[in-house]
Design a protein around this ligand. Structure first.
Ligand SMILES: NC(=O)c1ccc[n+]([C@@H]2O[C@H](COP(=O)([O-])OP(=O)(O)OC[C@H]3O[C@@H](n4cnc5c(N)ncnc54)[C@H](O)[C@@H]3O)[C@@H](O)[C@H]2O)c1
Length: 258
């Protein structure tokens, strides 16, 4: 399959390697700064034009939260399935889904492409619903990432918190960062640390007077994210060709996972 990459930074390079290893062709790498990118473009419409010209059958976007929304809007006008890895734009998700529908485009997005993290979501939800039967347990979410990460908390931490809240009905309010005073019983805190080169660690604490139950997912490298993004691109291009997937729809990891 022919793949175009928008954003040729740490993730873009790793995705290229994995795409090639899986027998795909990378027909364009587009980035305003990376010296080894095929096309130097910054403007979203220029980027979309370069993707169209490349003959790509799927385009994978890993850039920066400040540009991702413009890129998505331009790329979904190309009639090529768009796979987005950049986080930090989900407040606009409904708006984007409507544009995808109205343009009969196809979009795949995930705050975390790692298969392990998506298993972790299921485990956390199940654990939270078991523990919610025991009123003495409180819960919290903590995440740590490298000091180059632009958004905070991570999109993954917010998804983990969503899973805790789906399982634990007593947690109804999300608190990002610090509490202003003592926490209320219904509040679920999501705390972040930015340090060094951590590829991504997410922990859920279930805490009682007697003990703590900790569930942690630790990413060992970025490879798991890159592999997931390439698998998603294959899933979209093949699924649209075979008719298993429909245009006008927005897909995510729950559609891809067993
Ligand atoms: N969803 C996931 O599983 C997942 C996993 C890892 C990283 N991410 C996210 O992916 C994004 C990229 O991560 P990274 O580690 O590769 O960052 P990076 O800083 O190494 O690379 C980003 C690249 O995007 C380029 N860029 C900036 N503006 C651009 C534009 N308008 N058009 C094209 N390229 C542009 C930069 O020049 C840079 O080379 C971040 O938002 C990160 O949080 C998501």
């Amino acid at each position: 399959m022919k793949i175009a990459l928008v954003g040729f930074g740490k993730m873009g390079h790793m995705i290229k390697q994995i795409a090639l290893n899986r027998g795909n062709e990378v027909v364009a790498t587009i980035d305003p700064i990376a010296t080894d990118a095929d096309v130097k473009a910054k403007n979203a419409s220029e980027i979309a034009e370069a993707v169209k010209k490349s003959g790509a059958e799927a385009v994978i976007e890993f850039t920066h939260p400040s540009v991702v929304l413009d890129n998505i809007k331009a790329l979904i006008s190309t009639d090529i399935p768009v796979i987005v890895g950049t986080t930090g734009w989900y407040a606009h998700l409904d708006e984007v889904k409507n544009v995808v529908k109205s343009k009969n485009a196809s979009l795949f997005y995930a705050a975390n492409y790692s298969i392990g993290v998506n298993l972790f979501y299921k485990i956390v939800k199940e654990a939270a619903s078991i523990i919610s039967e025991y009123d003495e347990y409180d819960a919290a979410v903590w995440e740590s990432h490298h000091n180059q990460k632009a958004d905070s908390p991570s999109g993954t931490a917010l998804d983990v918190a969503k899973k805790v809240m789906e399982g634990m009905k007593q947690k109804t309010e999300l608190v990002i960062g610090n509490f202003d005073g003592k926490p209320k019983k219904e509040q679920l805190q999501v705390a972040s640390t930015r340090v060094g080169s951590v590829p991504g660690t997410h922990t859920v604490y279930f805490d009682s007077v007697a003990d703590t139950i900790e569930l942690t997912h630790t990413a060992r490298s970025r490879e798991g994210f890159a592999l997931g993004a390439v698998v998603a691109a294959e899933f979209m291009a093949n699924g649209l060709k075979s008719g298993a997937l429909k245009k006008g729809e927005t897909y995510t990891m729950t559609d891809l996972m067993k």
